[in-house]
Structures are given as structure tokens and as C-alpha cells.
Design a protein around this ligand. Structure first.
Ligand SMILES: Cc1cc2nc3c(=O)[nH]c(=O)nc-3n(C[C@H](O)[C@H](O)[C@H](O)COP(=O)(O)OP(=O)(O)OC[C@H]3O[C@@H](n4cnc5c(N)ncnc54)[C@H](O)[C@@H]3O)c2cc1C
Length: 386
């Protein structure tokens, strides 16, 4: 479905209005207490924003990725922390393309209504790291079930999600021709699995991200919860990645714009030596530089989202969008902290919280080096480095 610029403006306005009912004190408190922002996620769900990518026939809004990007950018621009719920959009890239009609009919209407949350995806493992093909979690078929054993790390929102998209090995690495073959994706009903082979252990981190370690010990999953074909899971996960990178890029643009607004306001209002600090070029120039970097990155995010929505290949653009936007948001965050001087460290200014939160996106879902490796190998045709 095409989306016009004025539609996007309307989406931004509506999301901004919703976010305005969650004041900064709300985000400070949830951050301080490492509490999941349940009320915010509920409000977004009830307003239909978290189902915006779900096709209308399953109860969603059927909007394109550009619209989802506008939603997430606006959440971040308001000062909120959308990491609590963004994965419901990221996971759609895999679900919409590869789940069977029966699976879509079973889950999507319930997700759209807010009866089920699909906020967790388990790919990363402690020993495999970025080398996904080295995952050790196995799913072995036994009749009409798969039996899962292994461990995931950094499985975010696992305690607050009903469903998890899980990547596991169904054929040992030694028995496949290409190491990326032999992995499969499953939809795991986490609520019924808890205590029956699934254990979740929270990890306290420098940000409020509700991330966890997940352990599988003989967990049984019905065979019908396999997504697509057995052994093709890596491909399915890759298919979802462009959408994820673009959406994260949009979130970073939102963060950068929040930092820019916050810094310019403070630079105009704070007086030292009898004049606004923003009158000094030493303060103005980093703000102007961060603004340029943000606007340039925003163009790449828009370009990647436009290509994605028109069904064209967009791997390089999605990766560049995520990288440029995460670097721009970090540059803007650093500038904003510096502009605030000592007050940047005070919780009540929210700068230190956003500074911590935006740093994640140079590491997750893929670290900067690996984006550079991708561009070097696949776009510039340099030798593969790993
Ligand atoms: C808060 C948080 C939430 C997360 N949420 C999720 C989630 O919900 N689901 C999920 O599956 N994962 C999640 N992740 C995991 C995240 O995707 C990984 O942390 C990320 O992909 C990097 O993997 P790693 O931590 O194992 O780093 P490693 O792979 O161990 O890499 C460590 C460093 O070495 C560099 N490096 C490694 N190999 C190379 C190479 N060949 N060339 C150059 N540099 C290299 C990397 O760039 C990185 O800087 C989350 C992580 C965090 C921190």
C-alpha cells in the first residue's frame, strides 16, 4: 500500500500525541527501576501502532515499512525508549514472508488485537557471537514434536512476550554443505513452555532493555510451529534483517533529533560569561555538525525504506542506513552531553539516559565492523575478511 508524505505527517503527529502522555519522569522511573514500560506498550498496542505492519486481512493496518519507520522515529524523538516494543515490527519481516497461512491466521489477529505479544527473538548465543552459523542450540525432530536443547543470550523482552522466534540447528554443522544451512526458525509459545524446559534469567545492563538469557532443556515444540521449511532458517532470518536495520536506523534518527532539540534549547537558554553558550562557535559547530550527519543519515534511511517498500533489493542501503544513523545519533548524543556540561550527567535532564540507550545500536543487532565487512565484501568486492 503506498504511503504519502502527508499520511506520514499524520502518523507522526498521532504518535507524538500518544508519547506526550508519558512524561520524561515516566521514562526516568522505568530506567531507574529497570521496569518494563507496560503502560506505554499497552497504549501503543491499543492505538494499533505495533500492528501497523500486519496486513489488514489479519486485523492490522497493513502499512508499509516507511510508516513503521515514522512510528519508531517519533517514539525516539519524543524522548521515550521504544526498545521495549520495537521487535514486534522487526519480527514481521520474517513472519509475513515465511509463516504458513495457518500460522498467520492463528497468530497475527491475536497479535494485532494485543492478545499476544511477539516481542522476543532468540538468535545470539554466548559462544557463537556474530558467527550465527556456529549456534549450538539444537532442535531434534521426534515424531510430531521438536525437542530443543541449548542456550540463547541477549534475548530481549523474553519475560514480556508470549511468543519467541527461535533459530536452532536442526542438522549438525558438520553434516551440511554450507554452514548456513541446517538451521530452522520456530515460533515458540513461551508462556506454555516456561518451567517445562524453558528458563529465563534476566541480565542487568547499562540500559533498561529487559534483556535475558534463555535456557532450553528438553523443551518440546509442536512440529507445526516450524516456520517455513526445515533447514532454511538462516535465509528467513536474513530476509527479516533489512527491515530490522531500516527500523533501527529510523529509531537512531529519532534519537539524534531529540538530542539536537535538547542541545539547541539548552545552548540558547544557558548563560555563562553573560551570554548564551550557543553564541560560542565552539558550542554551535558541534551542533551544526551533528545536524548535518543526522540529515544525511535520514536520507539513507528514507532511501532504504523506499526500496524495501517497492520490493527492490536494499541490503547495502539498509546496512548503510543503520550504520550512518547509529553513528549520527551517537555523535548527536555526545554533542548534547558536552553542550549540557555537568548537567548532562544529571538524571533529570534525560541526556545521560538517552546517551546510554542510543549507544546500543552500534552493537546490536549487528556491530559496526560487521556492516563494514558486508559492504567491503558484497558491494566493493574486496576479499572476505573472516
Ligand atoms: C542490550 C542488547 C539487546 C540485544 N537483543 C538481542 C535480541 O533480542 N536477540 C538476539 O538474538 N540478540 C540480541 N542482542 C545481541 C546482539 O545482536 C549482539 O550482541 C551483536 O550481534 C554482537 O554480537 P556479540 O555480542 O556476540 O559480539 P561478538 O561477535 O563477540 O563481537 C565482539 C566484537 O568483535 C568484533 N568482531 C567480531 N568478529 C569480527 C570480524 N570478523 N571482523 C571485525 N570485527 C569483528 C565485533 O564487531 C564486536 O565489536 C542484543 C545485544 C544487546 C547488548
Amino acid at each position: 500500500m503506498p504511503v504519502r508524505d502527508h499520511d506520514l505527517a499524520g502518523i507522526r503527529e498521532a504518535v507524538a500525541k500518544l508519547c506526550a502522555s508519558f512524561p520524561m519522569e515516566y521514562w526516568r522511573a522505568t530506567d531507574r527501576e529497570r521496569r518494563y514500560p507496560t503502560e506505554f506498550v499497552r497504549a501503543l498496542t491499543e492505538a494499533g501502532w505495533l500492528a501497523c505492519l500486519i496486513p489488514e486481512e489479519y486485523g492490522g493496518a497493513g502499512l508499509p515499512l516507511r510508516a513503521a519507520a515514522a512510528v519508531l522515529e517519533e517514539i525516539q524523538r519524543s524522548g521515550a525508549n521504544g526498545a521495549a516494543c520495537h521487535a514486534q515490527m522487526y519480527t514481521m519481516g520474517t513472519v509475513l514472508r515465511h509463516c504458513s497461512e495457518a500460522q498467520k491466521k492463528e497468530y497475527l489477529p491475536k497479535i494485532a488485537k494485543g492478545e499476544l505479544r511477539l516481542q522476543a527473538f532468540g538468535i545470539t548465543e554466548p559462544s557463537a557471537g556474530t558467527d550465527t552459523s556456529a549456534i549450538r542450540t539444537t532442535a531434534v525432530r521426534k515424531g510430531e514434536r521438536y525437542v530443543v536443547n541449548g542456550q540463547k543470550v541477549w534475548t530481549s523482552r523474553a519475560e514480556h512476550s508470549d511468543l519467541m522466534l527461535l533459530l536452532a540447528r536442526t542438522t549438525p554443522r558438520e553434516q551440511v554443505q554450507k554452514k548456513t544451512e541446517g538451521m530452522s526458525v520456530f515460533l515458540v509459545d513461551m508462556k506454555s513452555a516456561l518451567g517445562k524446559g524453558l528458563t529465563i534469567r534476566p541480565i542487568r545492563t547499562m540500559i533498561n532493555h529487559a534483556t535475558t538469557e534463555v535456557f532450553f532443556d528438553g523443551l518440546e515444540i509442536p512440529a507445526e510451529n516450524l516456520v517455513g521449511e526445515e533447514g532454511k532458517g538462516f535465509r528467513y532470518v536474513l530476509d527479516g534483517m533489512n527491515a530490522e536495520r531500516i527500523l533501527i536506523g529510523a529509531e537512531c534518527i529519532g534519537d539524534a533529533r531529540w538530542f539536537l532539540a535538547k542541545a539547541t534549547a539548552y545552548a540558547n537558554e544557558r548563560k555563562v560569561f553573560g551570554r548564551p553558550i550557543g553564541q560560542n562557535q565552539g558550542v554551535q559547530f558541534p551542533i551544526a555538525r551533528a545536524y548535518m550527519a543526522t540529515e544525511a543519515a535520514a536520507l539513507m534511511v528514507e532511501r532504504a525504506a523506499g526500496l524495501y517498500d517497492s520490493g527492490q533489493p536494499c541490503g547495502p542501503e539498509s546496512n548503510m542506513a543503520k550504520q550512518l544513523a547509529s553513528e549520527a545519533s551517537w555523535q548527536a548524543g555526545d554533542m548534547c552531553l558536552q553542550t549540557h556540561g555537568g548537567f548532562g550527567f544529571a538524571e533529570e535532564y534525560d541526556v545521560e539516559r538517552k546517551f546510554r540507550e542510543t549507544r546500543l545500536y552500534q552493537i546490536a543487532p549487528i556491530s559496526t565492523n560487521l556492516v563494514l565487512c558486508y559492504l567491503a565484501e558484497h558491494v566493493l568486492h574486496l576479499p572476505r575478511s573472516y
